[in-house]
Design a protein around this ligand. Structure first.
Ligand SMILES: [Zn+2]
Length: 234
């Protein structure tokens, strides 16, 4: 009779879930991958040494108060916030762009607001953003170009002022404006306006992360009610 493990392996031949002595289809590990597996063991050891039920508690469900929408850039792990697993619901893409009609970020926002009842939606831009820098070039970017065009549109809206700035300031300012635009797009989402009209506690705001210092700072675009949107429209 097959064990449970063997059953799974027969169904999914490429699984690494191999019983002792049985042929595995997984290729030889690379050093970095081996290192990550070792790191994982250490992370579990550290976590459970202070809180033996840490993972068991996580398995019961999630109750994050924050939805963090950031750039995919590897230099900004959500650990910059000092919060732990289970504390932050996350969505990331190139240059933290949130569009009004994007199914991907739209689904994340809907789930976060309607089901998780997060209290904060934070869009976090950053200095030295490759996506923002690419939007200032004329290079043909293929598939990625369609995404980057959204940042080019933000640039065009503010071209008059941005043109006057030095290269670093221009890129940083465009990152900020792109982040603010994403915040504007979020607060016009019916999921958000409906939550506010029902009295749900929810703040939508923009942050910038400075890669060169590791510091977070808030941008002047925080929305906490329908009244805040009305003020914006004036
Ligand atoms: Zn970026």
């Amino acid at each position: 009779m097959l064990t449970v493990n063997e059953n799974i392996q027969n169904l999914i031949p490429f699984t690494s879930f191999s019983p002792e002595g049985k042929k595995t289809y997984v290729k030889e590990d690379h050093d970095l991958l081996k290192q990550i597996m070792e790191n994982n063991k250490q992370v579990i050891k550290n976590k459970t040494s202070t809180n033996p039920n840490f993972y068991k508690n996580l398995a019961k469900g999630q109750h994050p108060k924050v939805l963090f929408i950031g750039c995919s850039d590897s230099r900004i792990p959500v650990s910059v916030t000092g919060l732990d697993a289970g504390d932050i619901f996350v969505h990331r893409n190139i240059a933290n762009v949130v569009l009004k009609n994007d199914l991907n970020s739209g689904s994340v926002i809907q789930y976060a607001v309607e089901h998780l009842k997060v209290e904060y939606i934070i869009v976090c831009g950053h200095t030295h953003c490759g996506g923002v820098a690419a939007s200032l070039e004329d290079e043909e970017l293929g598939f990625m170009g369609g995404w980057i065009n959204n940042i080019k549109n933000v640039y065009r809206q503010h071209e008059h002022d941005l043109k006057k700035l030095s290269d670093y300031d221009k890129k940083t300012a465009l990152s900020e404006l792109n982040t603010v635009q994403s915040v504007f797009n979020i607060v016009s989402n019916p999921v958000i306006t409906e939550a506010w009209s029902k009295g749900q506690k929810l703040s939508v705001l923009g942050w910038m992360y400075e890669i060169e210092t590791g510091k977070l700072r808030e941008l002047d675009c925080r929305f906490e009610s329908l009244d805040d949107i009305k003020k914006m429209k004036k």
